[in-house]
Design a protein. Sequence first.
Length: 221
Amino acid sequence: MHDPEKSDSGIVAAKQANKAGRPVAEPAEPRPGTKGNEGQQSTHRAQYRARETQALDRVRKAARLKKKERFTALLHHITVDTLRTAFYALRRKAAPGVDGMTWQDYEADLEPRLRELHERVHRGAYRPQPSRRTYIPKADGKQRPLAIAALEDKIVQGATVMVLNAIYEGDFVGFSYGFRPGRGPHDALDALTVAITTRKVNWILDADVHNFFGSVSQDWL
């Protein structure tokens, strides 16, 4: 197992990135009987986040200095601190996944659960569970398929995204808003509004690839 505090001499960086690649941890929701140690828990979480930030900052620095090279080893950046930050970025009231685990149930024994999850990830024993398929209605009357993952799978996915964002977020151009941390459709609409009200615009093109993720070639990916 790699030491998360080691330098990144074992990796080579490829992509410039900025500090927008981290999910923002949500404020803790107090439970009965926890008021006495709320301050201590908050202090510990701040310390954990600081360590995780320092580790990802090293990734960003490596990516910025060697833009044309590639990372060849990233698993040691999936630390207990990274998993913890990913956990606190989850929605507390989200429906349980296929494992039936709620956010509150997992938090009740958070530290031993995270250490055990971290150990499974690093020794190659972690296996994601099948997601539960569900559908939500769309404005045009059709349905959009969604996959409801197990809570631990969401944690691992979130931690992985944090590491990858540290590398790739800097590659996006300023007018790109889709699926980026800290950005959304309303930000894109605000930017569009400013553009068409402050500049001379002759036409606007609205295009979409129908069912892209369902029809893209898996072999090509």
